[in-house]
Design a protein around this ligand. Sequence first.
Ligand code: HEM
Length: 218
Amino acid sequence: MSREPYLLPNGRVLRYTFRERLVHWLAGVSYVYLLLTGLAFWSPWLFWIAVVLGSPTISRAFHPWIGIVFLIAVCLMYSMWAAQMGETSADKAWWQAIGHYIRNEDRQVPSADRFNPGQKLLFWGFFWNAIVLLLSGLILWFPQSIPWNLRFLHLAAVLIHPISTLLTIALFIIHVYMGTAMERGAFGSVIRGDVSRAWADTHHHSWYQQLLRDSARK
Ligand code: HEM
């Protein structure tokens, strides 16, 4: 975690630093562009999206480059958060209480660290899919560089690229729903950066308690 003070003088808690928010939105905006242009190439019914986004030629030219931007953002996320996304012994109890979490029965949900196990799963899901999308995407980008005897790699990429995208779409829908509609206060944390103490205590109790202990020690 960065050295910034997490308990702010105004009585709120810093959830995401400016750098974390910037990287998050670099990933968010590039992902949405990739999704829309990718859907446009995937189905003739959705080709109109490429027209709306400039022109089919522009969409086709930008898609792989924005893919590189997305990968850079995901790698930066990895450097900021991977150390906090490891599985802990407390995670099992959280998964067993997932029903309470879904029904918003906060009191019955075991205490979570800075990231709860569901957020960790999303993080690793996006990370590994970004790697798969890059590798399959590079083959689709430069098909002529695949040697003739390895042409099956091109066929594999044609299948794997959309399958991996579908997995990210599932993660994306759950993530956006949770971050905007289900967990009130979460969206403000990726915009302004801070949350109320009550929010931190309810949703990330272990993390909040650790921040209190750290600040009492100073
Ligand atoms: C574009 C629409 C998006 C919205 C509205 C959105 C919203 C949010 C919100 C509200 C949080 C804070 C959650 C919390 O701390 O409780 C968050 C965190 C996060 N977001 Fe996004 N996000 C979006 C796109 C993405 C994309 C495309 C990725 C994939 C790289 C991503 C990855 C993450 C990660 C790893 C976190 C930290 C852990 C977590 O909360 O899951 N987000 N996002």
